[in-house]
Design a protein. Structure first.
Length: 618
């Protein structure tokens, strides 16, 4: 083993550990790995960022923009509303919903496809009398499966195609993934629709009433004129119980009271910690004249107090109207919006409290409440460290909320802001997208060029507003992909991939190409359950190619195994963004995903291996 091989293997091992452990964002870990390689001379400085010009990176960026365009026109949402029956036979409804989700995710961003169909899933859960999780998890898994069917369906496919091109065999075509991916998807959908959804825990009440993030914890200020002044916590609890709300904590003198008693009296200036459903928050507070306290970073008099509903002027703690400037909170006179945002695994907020972000001064918005799948915190709302899957009830101007979600790695719950379909723009978007797919499918131009042309058409025809072009880009994915491509090339160039492949063959596969193929698939699938699927694909592609070369067999079989394995993350909520997005609304715990995910992953392996051997023979 050479020094370069030892260095890159150590860097790779540390990178994988950091990906799985998750103390930092995936893109930050990947960028750090790239820079370490540069500092140790493994990558020439002038080639450090060459990966950002890779066709896979360009194509991923274009697909993200095109997905935003398809969402903006409302065409896909309207299609879903017509295609999926809400009532009737539950199996047929489940198969149609998951089938549509898989179809959409083959041509647009997986998260976008899931977000488009979440309102349909809510309606279906209500009509069928199901717990929302029994609809959400099948839908999430279906959109993940559907991404395997085309080149642009999911970023790992583009990564695999890019590595094939770098190896001198040329990139994959638009539908080269379809024969294996489609069969695996269809078998997976049948399992999900007929049996899988029955394995999902059905926590909480059924119907749309529970299709949300569960109960929220919020802080409400007791003003001088509040009906709660002088009452005991027991008396206040009886009043709030009429709205299915309850007092779970008390803050006095800016400190959380460790233990509260029912006979404890409430004074003006106290803050009640209230647990309630999102729909009943406003009614709960109005019964006692309480005001919701914004989760600002200030500690005393700068605290912003807001009210739910409409564009009312904000009030200070003494009840007087306050025309705030940008340094003190939400601007007065602007239309206020409420939005539920889900914290994603790669969010900057994970592990940090909301006060670290300085909501009032930076975004002029407020955190009203926090939902964490029924788990309570003993800390103040503004100082509670956030976790992936937390749902935040935010209030502020619509643009400010969008900026916050984009900057901090949050996703709006169920995309409630999708507008009415624009038939003219929808037709333009679909035609442009079809031409882009055709150009890539028939090899007229490379996929990156074809979809970049589509983006230009979307911009020229105003399908996507110019100001939203860069908002549509997921910067973390772009950075992750651009940096890891360079790191993966080092793994291949130094011969480290050959070493790993040799260990795999000698100690596990025992020289069998079929066993080696199955191991590549299973290892990739396991890694993708705990780390980003783009990172998984980038790491495993070099090893897959080296394994095939040492066995003197077709490398396409092994690359396709990496593509399938990187896409199938069904065991945890952190393996794929879609799984994280449904964590709160579905009322899931970390250990709930394997109930349907484990048999689905086993089924994928059983179906994939013979299909790979048939379509891409060794």
């Amino acid at each position: 083993m050479t020094l370069d091989q030892l260095l890159i293997l150590i860097i790779l091992a540390i990178t994988i550990v950091l990906f799985i452990w998750g103390p930092w964002r995936h893109d930050m870990v990947a960028l750090s790995s790239l820079l370490v390689c540069v500092f140790f001379g493994l990558i020439p400085p002038e080639k450090a960022f060459a990966g950002f010009g890779h066709p896979a990176v360009v194509t991923v960026a274009c697909v993200l923009i095109l997905s935003r365009g398809l969402q903006n026109t409302g065409a896909m949402g309207a299609l879903a509303q017509r295609v999926v029956p809400r009532s009737g036979n539950i199996t047929i409804s489940m198969l149609l919903l998951t089938g549509l989700g898989a179809l959409l995710s083959g041509f647009m961003n997986n998260v976008g496809a899931l977000a488009l169909l979440m309102p349909v899933a809510a309606d279906m859960a209500e009509k069928q009398g199901l717990a929302p999780g029994k609809v959400l998890m099948p839908l999430s898994f279906a959109t993940i499966l559907g991404g395997m069917t085309t080149l642009i369906g999911t970023p790992p496919n583009l990564v695999v195609s890019g590595f094939r091109d770098s190896a001198g065999a040329g990139s994959y075509g638009m539908f080269d993934f379809t024969p294996v991916g489609l069969v695996v998807t269809l078998v997976g959908l049948l399992f999900i629709g007929l049996l899988g959804w029955r394995l999902v825990p059905g926590r909480g009440q059924t119907g749309a009433a529970s299709f949300d993030t569960g109960t929220y914890l919020t802080e409400a200020l007791v003003g001088e004129k509040s009906a709660a002044v002088g009452k005991s916590l027991g008396e206040i609890g009886k009043v709030l119980s009429a709205e299915d709300a309850q007092v779970v904590g008390l803050v006095q003198s800016d400190a959380r009271v460790a233990a509260v008693a029912p006979w404890q009296r409430v004074q003006s200036g106290d803050i009640l910690v209230i647990e309630a459903e999102p729909e009943s928050l406003a009614a709960s507070l109005s019964r006692l004249g309480l005001k919701m306290v914004g989760g600002t970073e200030t500690e005393k008099d700068k605290k912003v107090v807001v009210q739910l509903g409409g564009a009312k002027p904000l009030e200070d703690t003494d009840g007087r109207k306050k025309d705030q400037d940008k340094d003190k909170g939400v601007p007065a006179g602007e239309e206020m919006q409420l939005r539920e945002l889900v914290v994603m695994p790669d969010s900057f907020l994970v592990g940090r409290s909301i006060q670290f972000v300085h909501l009032s001064t930076r975004y002029q918005i407020n955190l009203l409440a926090l939902s964490r799948r029924g788990r309570r915190s003993v800390r103040r709302l503004r100082s509670t460290p956030l976790q992936a899957g937390d749902a935040l009830l935010m209030m502020g101007p619509d643009d400010n909320l969008s900026n916050f979600a984009r900057d901090q790695g949050c996703v709006p719950l169920a995309q409630r802001d999708i507008g009415m379909p624009n038939k003219e723009k929808a037709a333009i978007a679909l035609i442009a997208m079809a031409l882009g797919v055709a150009g890539a499918a028939f090899g007229l131009v490379p996929a990156a060029v074809s979809f970049a042309t589509c983006v230009l058409a979307f911009m020229a025809l105003k399908v996507v507003p110019l100001r939203n072009i860069y908002e549509a880009l997921d910067g973390s994915v772009i950075v992750l992909l651009g940096t890891l491509i360079a790191v993966a090339e080092v793994i291949e160039r130094t011969g480290a991939a050959d070493l790993v492949a040799q260990v795999l063959l000698d100690n596990l596969a025992q020289g069998s190409s079929v066993v080696a193929l199955a191991l590549i698939l299973i290892i990739t699938m396991t890694l993708s359950d705990f780390m980003n699927n783009v990172a998984t694909a980038a790491v495993m592609c070099s090893i897959a190619i080296s394994t095939a070369e040492q066995l003197a067999v077709n490398p396409d079989s092994f690359l396709m195994a990496v593509a399938i394995g990187a896409s199938c993350a069904f065991l945890t909520p952190v393996g794929h963004q879609n799984n994280t997005l449904i964590l709160g609304p579905g009322g899931f715990d970390f250990g709930d995903y394997w109930r349907m995910g484990l048999p689905l992953e086993i089924l994928v392996v059983v179906v994939s291996i013979p299909m790979l051997l048939w379509v891409w023979p060794l």
